[in-house]
Design a protein around this ligand. Structure first.
Ligand SMILES: [Zn+2]
Length: 357
């Protein structure tokens, strides 16, 4: 997620920032040293932490982090290093803990909004309101529009909830792939190449799935725009993943194609938000969700800037090797942004649950 992508997509390139763009441009394989053959064929390796200067090229990413590197460890030791201290420990755990947070949020949401609705949506929303702004929205609706028709309640109770859960799944997949990438990429260049692709797919999945609750529930009553926006973001997301997986697109001449795909992914998300405000700007739900989306953008934006600038380690190289370096801060901001969007998604879901069309 570091690269030119203006959104959270920056995350993945994270560990390979020396040229953040390099991830999209070429496989991070150290072809010159043939190190992949050595490590992946089970060459005995000493499981000790090394300095930056001792790293093979495919592991050289941030020259301001000077030590505590794992380098081409055997797979078993690499996996077990999730429980040891090195310069990726907090990168692994910030997103692994984020994954478990979203797992708990999914369980909590499922207790209030079962995947298949069969209860009274207003009772469900009142329960959810104990810990979210939905209660406020619900009360506001009662005040300003106290006579929701019975037909709209029927529609609300039959409202598909899969877009909401798709987002939660996308967030969990992204966080898990990111954590696994940080854990395993040091094993060898082949593993690094594969994990980066999976990380990249996870980021694309998070971006795409983030727009499903937004678009689906905002335009529930306008299937044309709902399907148009969802088809667009899904197409760009799939295209970006496919492009990233195809070796032919590793060549530099496809660099503009990758950049354009990311730009389209981000832009395709801005359009429905603007459309929402034009169509529903007078509604408290629209205002609140747009506020959450702005906050989410701020978290992701600050995260990307911190990541790209590589601060604070740039100022004091070697002082933030284990804790406090830019990538860890970036991870925390990504989780904060994803949680903010979870809150927005609850509002979207509550909006349509109570009103239908
Ligand atoms: Zn990362």
């Amino acid at each position: 997620m570091c690269f030119e992508a203006p959104s959270m997509a920056m995350e993945k390139y994270s560990s390979f920032s020396k040229s953040s763009k390099q991830f999209l441009l070429s496989a991070p394989i150290d072809k010159s040293s043939n190190s992949s053959d050595k490590c992946c064929n089970g060459r005995a390796a000493k499981c000790e932490l090394v300095d930056y200067d001792s790293l093979p090229e495919f592991l050289k990413d941030n020259e301001y982090i000077l030590s505590y590197y794992r380098s081409e460890w055997p797979l078993k030791q690499t996996i077990l290093s999730v429980f040891s201290i090195h310069n990726e420990t907090l990168n692994i755990w910030t997103h692994l803990i984020g994954f478990f947070i979203f797992l708990m949020l999914t369980g909590y949401a499922a207790s209030i909004f079962p995947a298949v609705s069969n209860g009274d949506p207003q009772l469900q929303l009142s329960a959810a309101g104990n810990s979210s702004n939905i209660f406020y929205i619900h009360r506001a609706n009662q005040t300003t529009e106290p006579t929701a028709s019975s037909s709209s309640q029927v529609i609300g109770s039959e409202l598909p909830r899969w877009p909401f859960y798709l987002y939660l799944a996308g967030a969990m997949f992204c966080l898990l792939m990111s954590s696994a990438c940080h854990l395993l990429s040091c094993h060898c260049s082949k593993t690094s190449y594969i994990m980066l692709r999976l990380d990249f797919a996870g980021i694309s999945g998070l971006i795409v799935s983030s727009f499903y609750p937004l678009v689906y529930y905002t335009f529930t009553c306008n299937p044309f725009f709902r399907d148009l926006y969802l088809a667009s973001i899904t197409f760009f997301g799939l295209a970006t993943v496919v492009v990233s997986l195809m070796p032919v697109f590793d060549s530099p001449q496809f660099r503009p194609v990758r950049a354009v795909l990311f730009a389209c992914m981000a832009a395709s998300g801005m359009v429905p938000i603007a459309h929402k405000m034009m169509a529903f700007g007078h509604r408290p739900e629209a205002m609140l969700t747009t506020g959450y989306e702005a906050l989410m953008g701020m978290f992701y934006g600050v995260g990307v800037v911190v990541y790209a600038a590589r601060v604070p380690e740039r100022w004091l190289p070697g002082k933030f090797d284990l804790a406090g370096h830019s990538h860890q801060l970036f991870h925390v901001l990504v989780v904060a942004g994803a949680y903010t969007h979870y809150l927005a998604s609850l509002v979207y879901l509550g909006w349509r649950e109570t009103e239908g069309c």
